[in-house]
Design a protein around this ligand. Structure first.
Ligand code: HEC
Length: 114
């Protein structure tokens, strides 16, 4: 009997199980991210492509491309209400309307994928 097939299948299953959680984390849930952005009114100042009062997400993704601390930097930006300039006036930047860190991180992951 050839046992190499079941062994290979088992090995593949173990590899798939080991990587599944990290893969789920790496790829953002785009629908959840867009819903949160809309609910939190991020869309009044940001769009994916067009410059509004805030930079387009594509520009942010470009700015942080290859930067290891991108997620942490943006997490801080989105949770500490830093002062930003909107139409020449200083105001506090908005935070997403959720207390769930995972939801905020998903939104950031999606922004960085644009
Ligand atoms: C009233 C307008 C306004 C709203 C609402 C707003 N932003 Fe911003 N946002 C800005 C401005 C202006 C900047 C530019 C800040 C700077 O570069 O100093 C900015 C910057 C950013 C950046 C880039 C930060 C960086 O380090 O480059 C991200 C990402 C971002 N906003 C996401 C969001 C999200 C997500 C929401 C919703 C929770 C949101 N913004 C709501 C105006 C807004």
């Amino acid at each position: 009997m050839d046992i190499s097939k079941p062994v290979a299948a088992l090995a593949a299953a173990i590899v798939a199980l080991a990587f599944a959680p990290s893969m789920a984390f790496a790829e953002a849930d785009a629908e959840a991210a867009k819903d949160l952005a809309k609910e939190s009114k991020c869309t009044t100042c940001h769009s994916v492509n067009k410059k509004k009062d805030g930079p387009p997400y594509k520009e942010t993704a470009e700015k942080y491309r290859g930067k290891a601390d991108a997620v942490d930097t943006l997490y801080k930006h989105l949770t500490s209400n830093p002062t930003v300039k909107v139409k020449g006036k200083e105001e506090q930047h908005k935070s997403p309307k959720t207390d769930d860190e995972a939801e905020i991180r998903n939104l950031i992951a999606w922004i960085l994928e644009q």
